[in-house]
Write a protein that binds this ligand. Sequence first.
Ligand SMILES: [Zn+2]
Length: 369
Amino acid sequence: MKTLELLKRIPKVDIHCHLDGSVRTATIIDAARKHNFKLPTEDPQQLNKYVQVSPTCKSLTDFLKRFEFFYDFLKFPDVVERISYELCEDVSKENIKYLEVRFAPFLQSSDRFSIEDVIRTAISGLMQGARDFHIGVGAIVCIYRSLPDDINRLTVSLAEKYFGKGVAGIDLAGDETKYPAERYAEFFEYARKRRIPITCHAGEAAGAESIRKALELGARRIGHGVHLAEDEGLYKKVMDEGIPIEMCLTSNVQTQVVKSYKTHPFLKFYEDGLKVTLNTDDRSVSGIDLTHEYLVAVEQYGLKISDIIKIILNGINSLFLPESEIDNIKKCMSDIIERMLLEERSGRTGGTTTGGKNDFQRNRIPEHY
Ligand SMILES: [Zn+2]
Protein backbone atom coordinates (compact mmCIF):
# COMPACT_ATOMS: atom_id res chain seq x y z
CA MET A 1 0.00 0.00 0.00
CA LYS A 2 1.32 3.44 -0.81
CA THR A 3 2.34 5.52 2.19
CA LEU A 4 -0.23 8.23 1.50
CA GLU A 5 -3.05 5.70 1.29
CA LEU A 6 -1.90 3.97 4.43
CA LEU A 7 -1.70 7.25 6.33
CA LYS A 8 -5.16 8.16 5.12
CA ARG A 9 -6.65 4.86 6.22
CA ILE A 10 -5.02 4.67 9.60
CA PRO A 11 -7.42 5.89 12.31
CA LYS A 12 -6.32 9.23 13.72
CA VAL A 13 -7.29 11.97 16.15
CA ASP A 14 -6.90 15.73 15.81
CA ILE A 15 -6.75 17.67 19.07
CA HIS A 16 -5.82 21.11 17.70
CA CYS A 17 -8.20 22.15 14.96
CA HIS A 18 -9.83 25.57 14.59
CA LEU A 19 -13.38 25.63 13.30
CA ASP A 20 -12.95 28.99 11.56
CA GLY A 21 -9.81 27.79 9.76
CA SER A 22 -11.51 24.66 8.49
CA VAL A 23 -14.29 26.01 6.26
CA ARG A 24 -14.89 24.70 2.75
CA THR A 25 -14.49 27.26 -0.02
CA ALA A 26 -17.81 26.13 -1.54
CA THR A 27 -19.51 26.90 1.76
CA ILE A 28 -18.03 30.40 1.84
CA ILE A 29 -19.54 30.96 -1.61
CA ASP A 30 -22.96 29.69 -0.50
CA ALA A 31 -22.86 31.73 2.70
CA ALA A 32 -21.92 34.89 0.82
CA ARG A 33 -24.78 34.37 -1.62
CA LYS A 34 -27.33 33.66 1.08
CA HIS A 35 -26.34 36.58 3.29
CA ASN A 36 -25.71 39.09 0.51
CA PHE A 37 -21.96 39.51 0.63
CA LYS A 38 -20.12 40.29 -2.56
CA LEU A 39 -17.22 38.02 -3.44
CA PRO A 40 -14.49 38.91 -5.95
CA THR A 41 -15.28 35.65 -7.71
CA GLU A 42 -17.63 32.71 -7.29
CA ASP A 43 -15.25 30.30 -8.89
CA PRO A 44 -13.94 28.07 -6.07
CA GLN A 45 -10.46 27.73 -7.60
CA GLN A 46 -10.11 31.45 -7.98
CA LEU A 47 -11.59 32.13 -4.55
CA ASN A 48 -8.99 29.84 -2.97
CA LYS A 49 -6.43 32.52 -3.75
CA TYR A 50 -8.23 34.74 -1.26
CA VAL A 51 -9.16 32.26 1.45
CA GLN A 52 -6.23 29.86 1.37
CA VAL A 53 -2.52 30.52 1.64
CA SER A 54 -0.30 29.19 -1.12
CA PRO A 55 1.76 26.11 -0.22
CA THR A 56 4.81 28.35 -0.10
CA CYS A 57 3.27 30.97 2.19
CA LYS A 58 5.94 32.34 4.49
CA SER A 59 4.25 35.18 6.30
CA LEU A 60 2.04 35.48 9.35
CA THR A 61 0.40 38.59 7.90
CA ASP A 62 -0.49 36.75 4.73
CA PHE A 63 -1.85 33.87 6.78
CA LEU A 64 -4.05 36.05 9.00
CA LYS A 65 -5.34 38.04 6.04
CA ARG A 66 -7.12 34.91 4.76
CA PHE A 67 -9.29 34.80 7.86
CA GLU A 68 -10.22 38.47 7.62
CA PHE A 69 -11.51 37.86 4.14
CA PHE A 70 -14.31 35.49 5.09
CA TYR A 71 -14.92 36.14 8.78
CA ASP A 72 -18.08 38.21 8.34
CA PHE A 73 -19.69 35.28 6.53
CA LEU A 74 -19.35 33.10 9.60
CA LYS A 75 -21.53 35.16 11.94
CA PHE A 76 -24.82 33.46 11.13
CA PRO A 77 -26.45 30.47 12.83
CA ASP A 78 -26.99 28.51 9.62
CA VAL A 79 -23.36 28.98 8.62
CA VAL A 80 -21.95 28.00 12.04
CA GLU A 81 -24.14 24.89 12.09
CA ARG A 82 -23.15 23.98 8.56
CA ILE A 83 -19.39 24.44 8.94
CA SER A 84 -19.45 22.42 12.17
CA TYR A 85 -21.34 19.61 10.47
CA GLU A 86 -19.21 19.66 7.32
CA LEU A 87 -15.99 19.57 9.32
CA CYS A 88 -17.12 16.24 10.80
CA GLU A 89 -17.69 14.92 7.28
CA ASP A 90 -14.32 16.19 6.06
CA VAL A 91 -12.34 14.66 8.90
CA SER A 92 -14.23 11.37 8.71
CA LYS A 93 -13.12 11.00 5.08
CA GLU A 94 -9.50 10.76 6.18
CA ASN A 95 -10.33 8.50 9.12
CA ILE A 96 -10.04 10.96 11.94
CA LYS A 97 -12.01 9.10 14.57
CA TYR A 98 -12.01 11.71 17.28
CA LEU A 99 -11.88 15.45 16.75
CA GLU A 100 -11.45 18.19 19.29
CA VAL A 101 -12.47 21.36 17.53
CA ARG A 102 -11.96 24.81 18.98
CA PHE A 103 -13.49 28.20 18.36
CA ALA A 104 -13.72 31.60 20.03
CA PRO A 105 -17.50 32.07 20.13
CA PHE A 106 -17.34 35.83 20.54
CA LEU A 107 -15.62 36.17 17.15
CA GLN A 108 -18.56 34.53 15.42
CA SER A 109 -21.22 36.34 17.40
CA SER A 110 -23.11 39.49 16.41
CA ASP A 111 -25.95 41.68 17.71
CA ARG A 112 -28.34 39.02 16.50
CA PHE A 113 -26.27 35.95 17.33
CA SER A 114 -25.20 35.72 20.96
CA ILE A 115 -22.07 34.06 22.29
CA GLU A 116 -24.21 31.38 23.90
CA ASP A 117 -26.08 30.77 20.67
CA VAL A 118 -22.78 30.39 18.78
CA ILE A 119 -21.70 27.69 21.25
CA ARG A 120 -25.10 25.96 21.14
CA THR A 121 -25.25 26.08 17.35
CA ALA A 122 -21.71 24.79 16.87
CA ILE A 123 -22.38 21.91 19.27
CA SER A 124 -25.58 21.08 17.43
CA GLY A 125 -23.74 20.90 14.07
CA LEU A 126 -20.91 18.88 15.56
CA MET A 127 -23.22 16.39 17.24
CA GLN A 128 -25.24 15.86 14.10
CA GLY A 129 -22.01 15.45 12.12
CA ALA A 130 -20.62 13.04 14.69
CA ARG A 131 -23.78 10.92 14.44
CA ASP A 132 -23.91 10.92 10.65
CA PHE A 133 -20.20 10.31 10.07
CA HIS A 134 -19.51 8.00 13.00
CA ILE A 135 -16.80 9.95 14.75
CA GLY A 136 -16.35 11.37 18.25
CA VAL A 137 -16.20 15.11 18.82
CA GLY A 138 -15.51 17.50 21.64
CA ALA A 139 -15.70 21.28 21.46
CA ILE A 140 -12.96 23.42 22.99
CA VAL A 141 -14.17 26.93 23.72
CA CYS A 142 -11.50 29.62 23.28
CA ILE A 143 -11.08 32.68 25.37
CA TYR A 144 -9.19 35.26 23.41
CA ARG A 145 -6.25 37.34 24.58
CA SER A 146 -7.24 40.63 22.95
CA LEU A 147 -10.84 40.57 24.18
CA PRO A 148 -12.11 42.48 27.22
CA ASP A 149 -12.28 40.52 30.47
CA ASP A 150 -16.09 40.66 30.68
CA ILE A 151 -16.41 38.84 27.35
CA ASN A 152 -13.86 36.21 28.36
CA ARG A 153 -15.62 35.86 31.73
CA LEU A 154 -18.93 35.22 30.01
CA THR A 155 -17.27 32.79 27.60
CA VAL A 156 -15.74 30.75 30.41
CA SER A 157 -19.01 30.60 32.32
CA LEU A 158 -20.77 29.37 29.17
CA ALA A 159 -18.04 26.78 28.65
CA GLU A 160 -18.90 25.56 32.15
CA LYS A 161 -22.62 25.53 31.34
CA TYR A 162 -22.04 23.28 28.32
CA PHE A 163 -19.18 21.28 29.78
CA GLY A 164 -20.05 17.61 29.42
CA LYS A 165 -22.83 18.54 27.00
CA GLY A 166 -20.61 19.08 23.98
CA VAL A 167 -17.86 21.21 25.47
CA ALA A 168 -14.74 19.27 26.44
CA GLY A 169 -12.41 22.04 27.52
CA ILE A 170 -11.17 25.62 27.28
CA ASP A 171 -8.30 27.16 25.30
CA LEU A 172 -6.51 30.48 25.52
CA ALA A 173 -5.88 31.77 21.99
CA GLY A 174 -4.75 35.05 20.41
CA ASP A 175 -1.53 37.03 20.35
CA GLU A 176 0.73 35.67 23.09
CA THR A 177 3.48 38.23 22.38
CA LYS A 178 1.26 41.16 23.36
CA TYR A 179 -0.95 39.48 25.94
CA PRO A 180 0.89 37.14 28.34
CA ALA A 181 -1.08 34.29 29.88
CA GLU A 182 -0.86 35.64 33.46
CA ARG A 183 -3.36 38.36 32.50
CA TYR A 184 -5.92 35.60 32.20
CA ALA A 185 -5.10 33.91 35.52
CA GLU A 186 -8.66 34.27 36.84
CA PHE A 187 -10.03 32.22 33.91
CA PHE A 188 -7.48 29.48 34.40
CA GLU A 189 -8.40 29.40 38.07
CA TYR A 190 -12.10 29.31 37.26
CA ALA A 191 -11.55 26.31 34.95
CA ARG A 192 -9.22 24.56 37.36
CA LYS A 193 -11.66 24.83 40.27
CA ARG A 194 -14.38 23.27 38.16
CA ARG A 195 -12.07 20.61 36.73
CA ILE A 196 -12.59 21.82 33.19
CA PRO A 197 -9.47 20.87 31.22
CA ILE A 198 -7.61 23.81 29.74
CA THR A 199 -5.08 24.05 26.95
CA CYS A 200 -3.16 27.12 25.89
CA HIS A 201 -1.55 28.44 22.73
CA ALA A 202 1.98 29.03 23.99
CA GLY A 203 5.52 29.02 22.66
CA GLU A 204 4.27 29.58 19.12
CA ALA A 205 4.96 33.29 18.51
CA ALA A 206 6.44 33.86 21.98
CA GLY A 207 9.29 32.08 23.76
CA ALA A 208 9.52 29.35 26.38
CA GLU A 209 8.50 31.77 29.15
CA SER A 210 5.01 31.80 27.66
CA ILE A 211 4.84 27.99 28.03
CA ARG A 212 6.11 28.16 31.62
CA LYS A 213 3.38 30.65 32.52
CA ALA A 214 0.65 28.58 30.87
CA LEU A 215 1.71 25.50 32.83
CA GLU A 216 1.99 27.41 36.11
CA LEU A 217 -1.55 28.60 35.58
CA GLY A 218 -2.79 25.06 35.10
CA ALA A 219 -2.78 24.35 31.36
CA ARG A 220 -2.90 20.59 30.83
CA ARG A 221 -1.69 20.75 27.24
CA ILE A 222 0.36 23.19 25.20
CA GLY A 223 -0.71 24.37 21.76
CA HIS A 224 2.35 24.46 19.46
CA GLY A 225 5.12 24.76 22.09
CA VAL A 226 7.70 25.23 19.34
CA HIS A 227 10.02 27.31 21.55
CA LEU A 228 10.03 24.86 24.45
CA ALA A 229 13.68 23.77 24.04
CA GLU A 230 14.88 27.32 24.74
CA ASP A 231 14.47 26.58 28.44
CA GLU A 232 16.30 23.42 29.40
CA GLY A 233 14.70 23.05 32.81
CA LEU A 234 11.21 23.54 31.45
CA TYR A 235 11.94 21.12 28.62
CA LYS A 236 12.86 18.45 31.13
CA LYS A 237 9.77 19.14 33.23
CA VAL A 238 7.46 18.84 30.21
CA MET A 239 9.22 15.62 29.26
CA ASP A 240 9.15 14.11 32.76
CA GLU A 241 5.52 15.03 33.37
CA GLY A 242 4.39 13.87 29.94
CA ILE A 243 2.63 17.14 29.16
CA PRO A 244 1.10 16.84 25.69
CA ILE A 245 2.30 19.21 22.96
CA GLU A 246 -0.20 19.92 20.18
CA MET A 247 2.12 20.33 17.20
CA CYS A 248 1.03 21.73 13.82
CA LEU A 249 3.86 21.45 11.31
CA THR A 250 2.59 23.17 8.17
CA SER A 251 0.93 25.98 10.08
CA ASN A 252 4.25 26.74 11.80
CA VAL A 253 6.10 26.88 8.49
CA GLN A 254 3.45 29.03 6.83
CA THR A 255 3.34 31.55 9.67
CA GLN A 256 7.14 31.50 9.86
CA VAL A 257 7.29 30.33 13.45
CA VAL A 258 9.99 28.10 11.96
CA LYS A 259 11.86 28.62 8.69
CA SER A 260 11.15 25.17 7.26
CA TYR A 261 10.00 21.65 8.11
CA LYS A 262 13.67 20.71 8.50
CA THR A 263 14.25 23.30 11.21
CA HIS A 264 11.04 22.42 13.08
CA PRO A 265 11.77 20.99 16.55
CA PHE A 266 9.18 18.21 16.11
CA LEU A 267 11.73 15.45 15.47
CA LYS A 268 13.93 16.44 18.41
CA PHE A 269 10.88 16.51 20.70
CA TYR A 270 9.76 13.12 19.44
CA GLU A 271 13.18 11.49 19.72
CA ASP A 272 13.67 12.91 23.20
CA GLY A 273 10.45 11.22 24.26
CA LEU A 274 8.14 14.21 24.65
CA LYS A 275 4.45 13.54 24.33
CA VAL A 276 4.06 15.09 20.88
CA THR A 277 0.87 14.96 18.87
CA LEU A 278 0.25 15.96 15.24
CA ASN A 279 -2.65 18.21 14.31
CA THR A 280 -3.92 20.46 11.54
CA ASP A 281 -4.55 23.87 13.19
CA ASP A 282 -6.37 25.38 10.16
CA ARG A 283 -7.15 22.76 7.55
CA SER A 284 -8.69 24.92 4.86
CA VAL A 285 -6.62 28.09 5.29
CA SER A 286 -3.43 26.02 5.21
CA GLY A 287 -4.73 23.85 2.36
CA ILE A 288 -3.90 20.63 4.18
CA ASP A 289 -5.46 17.75 6.07
CA LEU A 290 -4.12 15.56 8.86
CA THR A 291 -2.97 12.87 6.43
CA HIS A 292 -0.78 15.52 4.81
CA GLU A 293 0.78 16.36 8.17
CA TYR A 294 1.61 12.70 8.80
CA LEU A 295 3.05 12.45 5.30
CA VAL A 296 5.27 15.42 6.10
CA ALA A 297 6.43 13.58 9.22
CA VAL A 298 7.27 10.50 7.14
CA GLU A 299 8.97 12.34 4.30
CA GLN A 300 10.79 15.04 6.24
CA TYR A 301 11.72 13.16 9.38
CA GLY A 302 11.80 9.55 8.20
CA LEU A 303 9.14 8.35 10.64
CA LYS A 304 8.01 4.74 10.31
CA ILE A 305 4.47 3.46 10.72
CA SER A 306 5.30 2.36 14.27
CA ASP A 307 6.28 5.99 15.05
CA ILE A 308 3.05 7.24 13.50
CA ILE A 309 1.01 4.87 15.66
CA LYS A 310 2.87 6.07 18.74
CA ILE A 311 2.07 9.70 17.91
CA ILE A 312 -1.59 8.86 17.29
CA LEU A 313 -1.67 7.12 20.68
CA ASN A 314 -0.16 10.23 22.27
CA GLY A 315 -3.09 12.16 20.80
CA ILE A 316 -5.66 9.71 22.15
CA ASN A 317 -4.05 9.75 25.60
CA SER A 318 -4.19 13.55 25.57
CA LEU A 319 -7.90 13.86 24.76
CA PHE A 320 -10.01 15.92 27.12
CA LEU A 321 -12.04 12.90 28.14
CA PRO A 322 -12.25 10.69 31.23
CA GLU A 323 -9.83 7.73 31.38
CA SER A 324 -12.56 5.18 30.70
CA GLU A 325 -13.55 6.95 27.46
CA ILE A 326 -9.92 7.17 26.38
CA ASP A 327 -9.53 3.44 27.05
CA ASN A 328 -12.58 2.71 24.90
CA ILE A 329 -11.21 4.77 22.04
CA LYS A 330 -7.80 3.15 22.35
CA LYS A 331 -9.38 -0.26 22.18
CA CYS A 332 -11.39 0.57 19.06
CA MET A 333 -8.38 2.16 17.42
CA SER A 334 -5.97 -0.63 18.27
CA ASP A 335 -8.37 -3.23 16.89
CA ILE A 336 -8.53 -1.34 13.62
CA ILE A 337 -4.79 -0.70 13.45
CA GLU A 338 -4.11 -4.37 14.20
CA ARG A 339 -6.42 -5.43 11.36
CA MET A 340 -4.75 -2.94 9.04
CA LEU A 341 -1.27 -4.17 9.81
CA LEU A 342 -2.41 -7.76 9.34
CA GLU A 343 -3.94 -6.87 5.99
CA GLU A 344 -0.81 -5.00 5.07
CA ARG A 345 1.37 -8.00 5.85
CA SER A 346 -0.89 -10.41 4.00
CA GLY A 347 -0.94 -8.11 0.95
CA ARG A 348 -4.68 -7.43 1.13
CA THR A 349 -5.54 -3.80 0.77
CA GLY A 350 -9.30 -3.96 0.81
CA GLY A 351 -11.36 -1.28 2.43
CA THR A 352 -12.72 -2.99 5.49
CA THR A 353 -10.34 -1.66 8.06
CA THR A 354 -11.40 1.89 8.52
CA GLY A 355 -13.57 1.23 11.51
CA GLY A 356 -16.88 -0.37 12.19
CA LYS A 357 -19.91 1.81 11.87
CA ASN A 358 -20.50 1.72 15.58
CA ASP A 359 -16.90 1.81 16.76
CA PHE A 360 -16.78 5.55 17.11
CA GLN A 361 -20.36 6.63 17.40
CA ARG A 362 -19.62 9.03 20.21
CA ASN A 363 -21.75 11.90 19.19
CA ARG A 364 -21.76 13.19 22.70
CA ILE A 365 -19.23 14.04 25.31
CA PRO A 366 -20.06 11.89 28.31
CA GLU A 367 -22.01 13.62 31.03
CA HIS A 368 -19.88 12.24 33.82
CA TYR A 369 -16.62 13.90 34.66
ZN1 LIG B 1 -4.14 27.10 16.96
